[in-house]
Design a protein around this ligand. Sequence first.
Ligand SMILES: [Fe+2]
Ligand SMILES: [Fe+2]
Length: 289
Amino acid sequence: MNTIVAEPLKSLDEWEDDILLRYPEPKSETAEKQKDDYRNYDDPARDTVREFYRLNHQFQTYDFVMQKRREYLAFNKKEMTIWEAFDFLNQLVDDSDPDTDLSQLQHLLQASEAIRADGHPDWMVLTGLMHDMGKVLCLFGEPQWAVVGDTFPVGCAYSDKIVYPEYFKNNPDYDNGHYNTKLGVYKQNCGLKNVHMSWGHDEYVYQMMKDYLPEPGLYMLRYHSFYAQHREGAYDHLLDDHDREMFKYVDLFNPYDLYSKNPTPPNWTELKPYYEALVAKYLPPTIRF
Ligand SMILES: [Fe+2]
Ligand SMILES: [Fe+2]
């Protein structure tokens, strides 16, 4: 069953395709000039992405994040085995371009297989497999701007290093004295564990997995869309020493998310026994959503 997700993006992948335009190469190879290319990039597809961020930046307020945390972190929506969860997530296939679009499971498998091929520990392979599971939020009726997109802290000034920063002017927190200073409700270098991020699939999957994966894997899940920090370093003033240590793992993970996409689908039948054993090693029989 294919479901077209609500506007403005034609598919959730459109957001990630756009990240590839912004960051066409891994962090170590990124040259300054590419950002200018990005700003000048002229493509109608860019308009839907811009509209997506206009909504995201307007509505991701501190209060909105608190409300979504109360709603979803109760984990009282659904209980599924991982395999049922992948079937559920796979309803998010977009069928406007069936030749190039991979299912969500295929993207997850390409990321996890690339991690496995590079000889990383098995918990990181599992992290790759699970990292976008939070996109099921779309299937619970959340709009795209509350599921995907670059994430950023709320409760303090929005950085101009975040993509399309001009749209934050429409956010009520932009004019709120509690929230619009550099530190806002936080203390200098208080650590990200004390910072609320914009609501989306990263925080949701982190909370889902937090008892089951080692700390570096949890950072990979929780901050994989926090480009303003892991690519731009825009929130160094909120990070503590532990975050800085753990962001090495976020950096390690990012290329597997961004650059492992390949039009050839992985052979699930062949891979299944390995992943069944991996899931059984770390995860309980069912996961609550
Ligand atoms: Fe993601
Ligand atoms: Fe991803």
